[in-house]
Design a protein around this ligand. Structure first.
Ligand code: CU
Length: 428
């Protein structure tokens, strides 16, 4: 019953004044208030029962409560009023909450505001409550994102063989920020000022270029300036000249200029403009095919290799050709120079046979005539085997001497036969 009596005793002007004029700045910003600051008052008119002293800048829910639960058992009316004119304080919120245990909110009121860094002064406006005053210090919100964005650049365009961009290039810059997110991307071309990046930057002036770039996140962290350097060159005049192409044949040649056993055809092509795209060859009337390495030809006979080259601009050279002959390796032999002659010694006819070893190794040489046989072993290179055969006749007809030479060639015994003719002779 005591509470009811006290309520009746309250000045009605204060009761009707409930509903402080506080701007809903937090709601206006569309942001949920993350902080709640609570002031309470009790029966004292010299100090608030409790009051916050510090806060973080940003949206705040301010609660002012004075009722039985906060110790206000006299039905006393208080206000929480933010100073709006004293020098040295923030005046950017309008808080003036009047509260009484028996007002329509039961003495508990909330307003949304957005606090900024600085100090707010607050007090109770009720006459005689001048001691109810305090300060609220608001500090900047701690930035949670302290990492700058990751930023990279790529250059695209038609490149020539030197890696330069022909006619133009485009620089694409990408930035990511895992925390607060990317706020701005900037670039500067060739020492110019940084400017906002929004789309790939075309660069078509001939010369070397450097694009510097950086990105900043929503928390204000800016990446280190990075750069990419590239060169733009003028387009080359159209290439209408086919490649120069040539072929060479290599291998072991014999005295006739023929290739013994096999030959290899090497084709070379150059193109000073667009460059060589393909080299082709065709062996002995076959189809053209891509050339990549010297072409071996080991079939015995005459061969023709045709060849041509095409440049990157599509110009193909005239078909040229090279012709050569491959011969089989001659069989191994024991080389001898053999001579035979008939002559008279007194009234007797003799047949003299000589065989010179023309080889590089010793040879066993056998001289054979109708009048006898003679074998000479180990005839050194350049030396000869000789025998004058007594026919035991005064006259003989023409005939032939047979000579065989045997030597070790490449690990094999090679025997070669020769014949040498001698004339008829009549002695005495
Ligand atoms: Cu008061």
């Amino acid at each position: 019953m005591a509470l009811v009596i006290l309520a009746v005793a309250l000045p009605t002007v204060w009761l009707s004044g409930v509903g402080a004029a506080a701007q809903d700045q937090g709601q206006r910003a569309g942001l949920a208030a993350e902080q709640t600051l609570v002031w309470t008052a009790d029966n004292s008119y010299t100090e608030y029962k409790s009051a916050p002293t510090t806060a973080t800048a940003g949206p705040v829910t301010i609660v002012f409560e004075t009722n039985a639960s906060t110790g206000n058992t006299y039905g006393m009316t208080h206000t929480l009023t933010f100073d709006d004119d004293s020098p040295g304080y923030n005046h950017d919120v309008d808080v003036n909450i009047m509260a009484s245990p028996f007002d329509t909110s039961g003495g508990r009121h909330e307003v949304q505001v957005t606090l900024t860094p600085g100090t707010y002064r607050y007090y109770c406006e009720i006459p005689g409550h001048a001691g109810m005053v305090g300060e609220l210090v608001v500090t900047s919100a701690e930035p949670t994102d302290t990492t700058p964005p990751q930023v990279s650049a790529s250059v695209t365009g038609d490149k020539n063989a030197d890696g330069d961009y022909v006619d133009s290039a485009a620089v694409t810059i990408s930035a990511t920020d895992d925390e607060s997110g990317v706020e701005t991307v900037e670039y500067a071309l060739d020492g110019g000022a940084f400017q906002a990046y929004s789309a790939p930057v075309p660069v078509d002036q001939v010369g070397e270029h450097t694009v510097r770039y950086r990105a900043t996140d929503k928390a204000g962290n800016t990446s280190e300036v990075q750069s990419v350097t590239f060169t733009v060159v003028a387009p080359q005049p159209e290439d209408t000249t086919p490649p120069e192409v040539s072929a060479s044949v290599s291998g072991d040649k014999n005295a006739d200029g023929d290739y013994v056993d096999s030959a290899a055809v090497t084709i070379s092509a150059t193109d000073s403009e667009s460059g060589v795209e393909t080299v082709e060859y065709a062996l002995d009337g076959g189809a053209f095919q891509a050339y990549s390495a010297p072409v071996p030809v080991d079939q015995v006979g005459e061969h023709t290799v045709r060849y041509r080259a095409t440049d990157k601009a599509g110009n193909t050279s005239e078909v040229q050709s090279v012709t050569f002959t491959v011969v089989a390796t001659p069989p191994a032999e024991t080389p001898l120079t053999v001579t035979a002659a008939s002559r008279c010694v007194g009234s007797s006819a003799y047949v003299a046979v000589t065989a010179v070893n023309d080889g590089d190794v010793p040879a066993t040489i056998t001289l054979t005539t109708p009048y006898g046989t003679k074998t000479v072993a180990d005839v050194a290179p350049g030396k000869q085997a000789y025998q004058s055969f007594n026919t035991r006749a005064g006259q003989i007809g023409a005939g032939k001497a047979t000579v065989t030479g045997t030597s070790l060639i490449n690990g094999e015994q090679v025997t070669t036969s020769y014949e040498a003719a001698y004339n008829a002779i009549s002695c005495g």
